[in-house]
Design a protein around this ligand. Structure first.
Ligand SMILES: Cc1cc2nc3c(=O)[nH]c(=O)nc-3n(C[C@H](O)[C@H](O)[C@H](O)COP(=O)(O)O)c2cc1C
Length: 303
């Protein structure tokens, strides 16, 4: 059975990956899950300078999901290279560093620094953090903005470059197309949807940041629909995510057109979710006598 997937220049052993911000820098998770069996690790967002993020409370549980307003808290690229990269470089699965910034030059700075070191397969460019005022979301305000930053970053690296899109837009296909036209190797989607929760006794928002990003099973139908729309618009691979907690959820994304998937919030509920999803996909392929994953990618019958 062939589960390998090619994303840009990188071959993943299987399509089941873990999502940025939900798996730390991988070493934190190494005692609770057999990391080498995962398709790829996507790190927490890395920025030019270290960030403490937003003041707490910055996480709230919601029906079938959670709201977070972490605000891109991270160690910054220099500490990342010194303290986190050595583990990631030795780790078996592919490693993509999630990159965030305020202006395009910030992203370029991070990429050029990381490009000087071995151990990184590529970058997931976060154009979609809803929780900081300038968390890249402006690059998702018009497809031309997406095109401009992808064009600039494409010149900065030959490594695999995945563009992570925001679901907080009206026409996801236009953004996916803009990224493809400027040389993106793949599209990942979706980041979180903007949400808000209010404590009615205090008459105050539950998050200090007021709004946050909604993730978990609640957003899965949005993610599946956006995967389907983007997959119809581009020929580069789509990495789908949003609310995947079991193999059936992952298969929905794959049938909608995703070549690989990421588990996010599911890792908080059950750290071994990725391996359970992988086993379930293998089981489904056996039952349906499928030899290759690509036999089902995008094969949802809509007519
Ligand atoms: C606590 C938390 C932190 C996150 N941090 C990042 C991040 O740093 N960069 C990023 O691109 N996405 C980040 N995300 C978004 C996830 O990677 C993913 O796109 C989203 O949560 C949808 O998937 P899920 O429903 O499986 O969680 C974060 C999500 C959560 C819940």
């Amino acid at each position: 059975m062939e589960l390998k997937v090619k994303i840009g220049k990188t071959v993943l052993n299987n399509p089941v990956c873990v999502a940025s911000g939900t798996f730390g820098y991988a070493h934190e998770m190494s005692s609770v899950i057999d990391i080498k069996k995962i398709g790829a690790v996507f790190t927490k967002a890395i920025t030019k300078e270290p960030r403490v993020g937003n003041p707490p409370p910055r996480i709230v549980e919601t029906p079938a999901g959670m709201l977070n307003a972490i605000g891109l808290a991270n160690v910054g690229v220099d500490v990342f290279i010194k303290e986190k990269l050595p583990f990631l470089a030795k780790m078996k699965p592919a490693c993509f560093v999630n990159v965030a910034g305020t202006v395009a030059d910030d992203y370029e700075h991070v990429i050029r620094k990381l490009d000087e070191h071995e151990g990184v397969d590529g970058y997931e460019i976060n154009l979609s953090c809803p929780n900081v005022k300038k968390g890249g979301i402006s690059f998702s305000s018009h497809p031309d903005e997406t095109a401009a930053i992808v064009k600039q970053l494409r010149k900065a690296t030959k490594r695999t470059m995945i563009i992570k899109l925001s679901p907080n837009v009206t026409d996801i296909a236009a953004y996916a197309k803009a990224a493809e036209n400027e040389g993106a190797d793949a599209i990942s989607l979706i980041n979180t949807l903007i949400g808000m929760s209010i404590d009615v006794n205090k008459r105050k928002p539950r998050l200090t940041n007021v709004t946050g990003g909604l993730s978990g099973p609640a957003i899965r139908p949005v993610g599946v629909a956006m995967t389907w729309k983007a997959a119809k618009a581009v020929s580069i691979p789509i990495i789908g995510m949003g609310g995947i907690v079991n193999a059936r959820d992952a298969l929905e994304y794959i049938l909608a057109g995703a070549s690989a998937i990421q588990i996010g919030t599911g890792n908080f509920v059950e750290p071994e979710t990725a391996l359970k999803v992988l086993n379930g996909i293998t089981e489904y392929m056996k039952q349906n006598k499928l030899k290759e994953l690509k036999d089902i990618i995008g094969k949802v019958q809509t007519a």
